[in-house]
Design a binder for this molecule. Structure first.
Ligand code: AHR
Length: 503
C-alpha cells in the first residue's frame, strides 16, 4: 500500500475562509436561465416562474454569491431590456452564443430568485459595447433608494427596496479576442478606471472587480494584469482570474493534476498584484476574485455545440451541457482544495456555472432536476470549510505528468473552525490505480471523533444522468480510524475525500 501523511497545527493559519469563496455564476447562456432556474410551465414553478426543485438544490449546494448576467453575454447586453413590463421587453440577438434573448428574466426577477436561494448578487456591467454612463445607470436603477429617474422606474416596476448590490464586475474577459469589444490592456485599463471612479462617486463603498486574464495561457497574461492594475489600483478591490480544465485525450495523469496549474496561476497573479503594490508604495492589497473556474469540455463545444447557422438563433438552446464523471469531480474537488490553500488572497470565487451550463445541477424541461458528480465536492466543501484555512504539510509520493512536471499523488487542504473546534481535511488521491493510506497527525487538534466521506467509483467515467440521476453518490469512508493522536484513512484511486475531526 502506498503511504502519505499530513501534519496539522491549528496555530498555522493561511487566512480566514471567506464565504464568498463558494460563489457561482448564472449567465444568460443556453438553458442556465430559461428552462434552468426559470420555467413557468414546470409543475414546481412558483408564482414568478422559478422552479422550486432547482431552488432546493441550489440551497443544498450552499452557494454564497452569484455572478450575473454574464460572461461573454454581458458584453452585448442592454440591462434596461430586462426590466419593466414583460410584454414590452424586446427580443435581441445574443452575439456571444448565437442565441435569441427574450429578456423575460432581468435584474429584478433575478434578485427575487436570489432571495429564494439566499445568495448575494455579483453584477457584471457591460464594458464591451458600453461604458461609464451605462454602468452608472444600472447602478442608479439597482441601488439608489428613490427620487431619481431610474430609481423611481425600479419602484414603478414593482421593486420598492433598492437591490443594494455591493459586488460589481467591470466587464468580462476583455483580453479575449472572442469578446465583443475586445481591447488592449491599455484601452481596457483606462475604461475600467473611469468606470470605477464614476461608480464610486455614486457609492464609495462598492466592491469592484477588474478583469484579469481569461486564463494563464493567454498571450498577454501577466502584462495584462500589470497594466490594468497600474491604472486601477486605487479604485478596485479585486482582480479576476478565470480558468477551465479538460483532459487532453486520455492523459488523465495531467488532468488529475490540474490544481497544480491553478496554484501556479494564483501565485503569478498574486505576484503581479504585489509588484504593482510595491511600485505604488501602497498599503492596500488587491485580492483575487476567481470568478470563473471549472472543468469544461471546451473542445466539445467548439467541435459540436457551437451554433453557426446565421438564420436561426434559438431561444435557450442546449449549449455547454457537459456531463461530469467521477474523474471530473475529483479534479473539480482538487480545484476547491487549491482555492482553500490560497484563502488569504482568493477571497471570492464563482463556480462557472450553476444550472445546465457546465453545471453541478441539471434539469429536464417539465421533468426532473438532479445533481451532477461535481455537486458533491462543492456542497461538502461549502458546508465543512469553516473558520480558517490551515497551512499543512503533506508528505506524498509523486508522479510525472506531461503537462505539469512532477506532482504529488495526494493533495490536500484543511480548515479549522475555532468556534466549534472542528477541523476538516479535504484530500484527493490522483493515482489511477492505487489506493493510498493517508495518516494525519491530529495530536495538536485534541480530536475525539472522525467522520470521512469520499467520492469514488470503480468506473471513473460513471456519471449521473436523467436516466440514472443517483448513479454516483458521496459515501461514508468507513476506513477512517482515530487512534493515538493519528487518523488513518484509505483514499481509493481517483477519489476526493473530506475527513472531519470533532472535539
Ligand atoms: O462560462 C462560459 C464562458 O466562459 C463565459 O461566458 C466566459 O466569460 C468564459 O469564456
Amino acid at each position: 500500500m502506498i503511504h502519505a501523511s499530513i501534519a496539522i497545527d491549528p496555530q498555522f493559519a493561511v487566512g480566514p475562509v471567506n464565504r464568498r469563496l463558494f460563489g457561482s455564476f448564472v449567465e444568460h447562456l443556453g438553458r442556465c436561465v430559461y428552462d434552468g432556474i426559470y420555467e413557468p410551465s414546470h409543475p414546481t414553478a412558483d408564482e414568478h416562474g422559478f422552479r422550486a426543485d432547482v431552488v432546493e438544490l441550489v440551497r443544498e449546494l450552499g452557494v454564497s454569491t452569484i455572478r450575473y448576467p454574464g460572461g461573454n453575454f454581458v458584453s452585448g447586453y442592454r440591462w434596461e431590456d430586462g426590466v419593466g413590463p414583460r410584454e414590452q421587453r424586446p427580443r435581441r440577438l445574443d452575439l456571444a452564443w448565437h442565441s435569441t434573448e427574450t429578456n423575460e428574466v432581468g435584474l429584478d426577477e433575478f434578485a427575487i430568485w436570489l432571495e429564494k436561494v439566499d445568495s448575494e448578487m455579483m453584477y457584471a456591467v457591460n464594458l464591451g459595447t458600453r461604458g461609464v454612463l451605462d454602468a452608472l445607470d444600472v447602478l442608479e436603477y439597482a441601488n439608489v433608494r428613490s427620487g431619481t429617474a431610474l430609481s423611481d422606474q425600479r419602484i414603478a416596476n414593482g421593486r420598492t427596496e433598492p437591490h443594494s448590490i455591493q459586488l460589481w464586475c467591470l466587464g468580462n474577459e476583455m483580453d479575449g479576442p472572442w469578446q465583443l469589444g475586445h481591447s488592449t490592456a491599455e484601452e481596457y485599463a483606462r475604461l475600467a478606471a473611469q468606470t470605477a471612479r464614476a461608480m464610486r462617486q455614486l457609492d464609495p463603498h462598492l466592491q469592484l472587480v477588474v478583469c484579469g486574464s481569461s486564463g494563464g495561457s493567454m498571450p498577454t497574461f501577466g502584462e495584462w494584469e500589470r497594466v490594468v492594475l497600474d491604472a486601477t489600483y486605487d479604485e478596485v478591490d479585486y482582480i479576476s482570474c478565470h480558468v477551465y480544465y479538460e483532459p487532453d485525450g486520455d492523459d488523465y495523469g495531467s488532468f488529475l493534476a490540474s490544481a497544480v496549474d491553478m496554484d501556479r496561476f494564483i501565485g503569478a497573479v498574486v505576484a503581479t498584484a504585489d509588484h504593482v503594490k510595491a511600485l505604488k508604495r501602497s498599503d492596500k492589497t488587491i485580492n483575487i476574485s476567481f470568478d470563473e473556474w471549472n472543468v469544461w469540455y471546451q473542445s466539445r463545444y467548439n467541435e459540436v455545440d457551437r451554433i453557426t447557422d446565421i438564420e436561426e438563433w434559438p431561444v435557450a438552446p442546449r449549449l455547454l451541457e457537459d456531463v461530469y464523471t467521477v474523474l471530473d469531480a475529483v479534479v473539480f474537488g482538487n480545484l476547491l482544495i487549491s482555492l482553500l490553500r490560497h484563502a488569504d488572497r482568493v477571497t471570492a470565487a464563482s463556480l462557472a456555472q450553476l444550472v445546465n451550463v457546465i453545471a453541478p445541477i441539471m434539469t429536464e424541461p417539465g421533468g426532473a432536476a438532479w445533481r451532477q458528480t461535481t455537486f458533491f465536492p462543492f456542497a461538502t466543501t461549502s458546508e465543512l470549510a469553516r473558520g480558517i484555512s490551515l497551512e499543512i504539510n503533506v508528505t506524498t509520493p509523486t508522479y510525472d505528468t506531461a503537462k505539469h512536471g512532477e506532482v504529488g499523488l495526494v493533495d490536500a487542504a484543511a480548515t479549522h473552525d475555532p468556534e466549534t473546534g472542528a477541523t476538516t481535511i479535504f484530500a484527493v488521491n490522483r493515482s489511477l490505480t492505487e489506493p493510498v493510506e493517508l495518516e494525519i497527525d491530529v495530536e495538536l487538534l485534541g480530536a475525539r471523533t472522525v467522520v470521512a466521506r469520499s467520492l469514488h467509483d470503480d468506473d471513473i467515467h460513471a456519471a449521473n444522468t436523467l436516466a440514472a440521476p443517483d448513479r454516483v453518490q458521496l459515501s461514508d469512508n468507513t476506513t477512517a480510524e482515530l487512534r493515538d493522536g493519528k487518523v488513518v484513512v484509505i483514499l481509493p484511486p481517483v477519489s476526493w475525500t473530506a475527513v472531519t475531526l470533532g472535539r
